[in-house]
Write a protein that binds this ligand. Structure first.
Ligand code: PLP
Length: 377
């Protein structure tokens, strides 16, 4: 089976992990801050906090921004459930803003329309860079200033992407940016995530919440230290730490990030050419995208898409579908959401088909995908 996504692991990755296994620290050692500095530098962000997943990073990003039970979070319905769940972890109400059908991204125009007609405005908005293509962050940041909300970029798909020449993650148009290192994403640490920010205060909160709400910084103590073993728990935090084993893998992967993204872009360009004669809607070309996903749209409705999906699977092609709109999940329906509320995301879901795309996908395998798709159509 050619999967829709998979990691790329070399001998250098294995060696980096082994080195940590044979060192003094499996966790809370030097590999985690080294990975944080390197990823922050890559993205041009001064502060980075590594965590055990992007889900944890989104959760703590919400807490650091003060989201609580009386708060409201808006995100895109065309995403993985974690982009919305982070608001629910904080007890906040979650709502959605429909997407731009052409890109699959949260539509800033619809965001503005919804802000204008809503009495209950959001405290936090979470745009998602769907498939690796950056949202219009300048527009969203403009609305954030005008309507007074904070912004968390869910950049789980977009490590290595650029927007107006600047790397996603630089944080000039948001408060916090989150990346995922799950094996299907651009680089992997097995499980893992990172929260980047330009704000030193937010960074300090993220670091503290990641490890039980504990500080060892004497400047932060409320009481008088009893000795050099002293620490204080100043907030209710979690154990969301990344291990040094994971960070070492992340560091080794980071060395190949540009190559990974270049390969993804080249494969995306190649799909665009090869699929031109087929009765499909292709994603708009974009050499600034990180191309986490290559999503085409089949014509002929849901039954037809399901048939094409089945035929691809039977031919050994691990197609997938991104995304089931979050508001249609039973958990969110139980909160009052229903079909028809976000028609563009629902239409997107109705015809979407994700084709295999990852750094190690060979051109021969890609040709196999195209041939199978041609037969399936
Ligand atoms: C993968 C993903 C997440 C969650 O990432 P984890 O590291 O698995 O927790 C969140 N949001 C989006 C858009 C994702 O694709």
């Amino acid at each position: 089976m050619i999967p829709y996504a998979r990691q790329s692991i070399t001998a250098a990755d294995v060696a980096a992990v082994l080195q940590v296994l044979q060192s003094d620290f499996l966790t809370q050692g030097p590999a985690v801050p080294a990975f944080e500095r390197a990823l922050g530098a890559y993205c041009d962000a001064p502060h980075a906090t590594a965590m055990n997943s992007a889900t944890s990073a989104l959760h703590l990003a919400c807490l650091a921004l003060g989201l609580g039970p009386r708060g409201r979070l808006w995100t895109s319905p065309n995403t993985f459930v974690a982009s919305a769940n982070c608001g629910r972890y904080c007890g906040a109400a979650v709502d959605f803003v429909d997407i731009d059908r052409a890109t699959g991204n949260l539509d800033p125009q619809r965001l503005e329309d919804k802000l204008k007609r809503s009495r209950k405005r959001p405290d936090v908005v979470v745009p998602v860079h769907f498939a690796g293509r950056p949202c219009d962050m300048a527009a969203i940041a403009g609305l954030a200033r005008r309507y007074g909300f904070r912004v968390i970029e869910d950049a789980s798909h977009a490590l290595g992407a650029t927007s107006a020449g600047a790397r996603v993650g630089n944080g000039r148009h948001s408060d916090i940016t989150v990346f995922s290192f799950h094996p299907v994403k651009i680089i992997t640490t097995g499980e893992g995530g990172m929260a980047l920010t330009r704000d030193a205060r937010l960074h300090e909160m993220l670091q503290r919440l990641r490890t039980h709400g504990i500080t060892r910084d004497p400047r932060r103590f409320r009481g008088r230290p009893h000795g050099s073993w002293y620490y204080e728990q100043v907030a209710l935090g979690y154990n969301f730490r990344m291990t040094d084993i994971q960070a070492a893998l992340g560091m080794a992967q980071l060395a190949r990030l540009d190559t990974f993204v270049e390969k993804r872009r080249a494969l995306a360009r190649r799909y665009h050419e090869r699929l031109a004669p087929l009765p499909l809607e292709r994603p708009p070309p974009d050499d600034a995208s990180a191309w986490h996903l290559y999503v085409v749209h089949a014509r002929g409705g849901r039954a037809r898409r399901a048939a094409i999906y089945r035929r691809l699977r039977d031919a050994g092609i691990g197609a997938n579908v991104h995304y089931i709109p979050v508001h249609l999940q039973p958990y969110y329906r139980a909160l009052g959401f229903r079909a028809g509320q976000f028609p563009s995301a629902e239409a997107h879901y109705g015809s979407a088909l994700t084709l295999p795309l990852y750094a190690d996908l060979t051109e021969a395998q890609q040709d196999e995908v195209v041939a199978a798709l041609e037969r399936a159509l």
